[in-house]
Design a protein around this ligand. Structure first.
Ligand SMILES: [Zn+2]
Length: 298
């Protein structure tokens, strides 16, 4: 499941290549993956590609939107017609991508053609992801349940004016409201803060020096401030590195990278802490694994 930095990375990539292009064809290969009447978007220009939590939003002309959720195995690949290597790739990394299978392939559910001949493929092995046509009212309703945005504004978010960016006072209120809940659970509660999952909650708390099992009510003002700063620091760094699930794609074009290569604690049980050289531990908190350093986090 892609977390917020992965979605932000693909959104930035798609916004660059798709803004201003017109949708000239929509091919629906699996009906379950596409909700809406395609005639409503044919011939329409894409104004911008942006994001709210892990939803990808294509803003189209005349008040229409394409809302996309990649879920577990969804993947978006944009390909230029003139320069085949000019691509934007994001979402779930899989064998077919590594092998560079010709598109569309058997897991392609929907694809779009644009007026310059370029194409955007929506591949989804397990068919949990979807694309939906909505108008502004429906978009607002669908996104109304989501918590604060933990990442700072990007160009397009500012334009939309719909986002609620998490401030340190918001984090304080959340913690005061749920003093008995564990801080790791609070960070991952999508109705409170949208887009942080298991990887980044462990990373944020390592960065802040706070143990994941701490009750929210036990945190000092200084610790809350450190957690807040760490949310920004860790997520911004992850976006810069192209997130986590992108690391496999990057290896395809020869370059190394991705956030997991530089993770402080996530998936590093038994390995050396990068700060103190002690051993990283793993513990079940709720249903999920938390990774932490028992020396650097209190
Ligand atoms: Zn340590």
């Amino acid at each position: 499941m892609p977390e917020l930095p992965e979605v932000e990375t693909i959104v930035r990539g798609l916004d660059k290549v798709l803004s201003g292009k017109k949708i000239s064809a929509v091919k629906i290969l699996n009906k379950k993956s596409f909700l809406g009447e395609r005639s409503e978007i044919l011939g329409k220009k894409i104004i911008a590609v942006r994001r709210r939590a892990k939803y990808i939003i294509f803003e189209l002309e005349r008040g229409k939107y394409l809302l996309i959720h990649l879920k577990m195995t969804g993947q978006l690949i944009w390909q230029s017609q003139k320069i085949p290597n000019n691509k934007v790739v994001g979402g779930h990394p899989d064998e077919m991508y590594r092998r560079q299978d010709k598109l569309p392939h058997k897991y392609t559910r929907v694809y779009f053609e644009f007026d310059d001949g370029s194409r955007l493929f929506f591949n989804d092995l397990r068919v949990f992801g979807w694309i939906k046509i909505v108008d502004q009212g429906e978009l607002k309703t669908l996104l109304s349940d989501l918590g604060f945005e933990p990442l700072p504004y990007t160009k397009n978010d500012r334009k939309s004016g719909e986002l609620l960016i998490l401030g340190v006072s918001n984090l304080n209120s959340i913690i005061q409201k749920y003093p008995r809940r564990r801080i790791k659970d609070l960070l991952q509660d999508q109705k409170l803060i949208a887009g942080i999952g298991n990887i980044y909650s462990s990373e944020i708390l390592f960065c802040a020096g706070v143990l994941p099992g701490r009750a929210a009510g036990s945190l000092t003002a200084r610790e809350i401030r450190k957690i807040y700063q760490s949310i920004n620091r860790v997520l911004s760094k992850a976006v810069k590195l192209g997130g986590t699930s992108m690391s496999d794609y990057r290896k395809v074009d020869g370059s190394k990278g991705g956030y997991l290569d530089e993770a402080g604690v996530y998936a590093r049980e038994g390995e050396k802490c990068r700060k103190c050289a002690g051993k990283i531990k793993r513990k079940k908190i709720g249903q999920r694994s938390a990774y932490f350093c028992p020396h650097c986090q209190v």
